[in-house]
Design a protein around this ligand. Structure first.
Ligand SMILES: [Zn+2]
Length: 133
């Protein structure tokens, strides 16, 4: 299974849930979805079917707009955000539409991810991204 270099840290998380949900073996690659400045896109990720399996694409940054002065920058999503996106896309292997069943499975996978993230000493998004509120 191929994972883009910058999100290769997702691999152990992916491997953690693979034995629990056999269809996950059908994922052939996880790639970064480019965020463009010109186009607004509300999707955080997508999953598509290929000839030999499925491909997941995940957005790793989002457009941030400051108005005074006007300044549009790309900001990174946190590890928490990316793991929830991955859980969301993996749940589509079992439930193709956004049904309550899909959300329940997404939450189930996300819980496994969050326990693992916590066990690795991850504190919070604010610490990871250096955000001060
Ligand atoms: Zn979806």
């Amino acid at each position: 299974m191929y994972i883009s270099k910058n999100i290769n840290w997702l691999r152990p998380f992916f491997n953690e849930v693979k034995p629990m949900f056999p269809k996950i073996k059908q994922i052939k690659s996880i790639k970064i979805m480019q965020t463009s400045y010109s186009k607004r896109d509300r999707a955080y990720g997508q999953i598509k079917e290929l000839d030999n399996g499925f491909q997941i694409a995940i957005r790793t940054s989002f457009q941030h707009i400051d108005f005074y002065p006007l300044c549009i920058t790309l900001k990174p999503f946190s590890k928490v955000d990316l793991l929830i996106t991955l859980a969301h896309e993996l749940a589509h292997l079992y439930h193709w539409t956004h049904s309550p069943e899909h959300k329940l499975l997404e939450n189930q996978i996300a819980n496994v991810f969050m326990f693992k993230l916590k066990s690795e000493g991850y504190k919070d998004e604010e610490t990871e991204l250096g955000v001060v509120y």
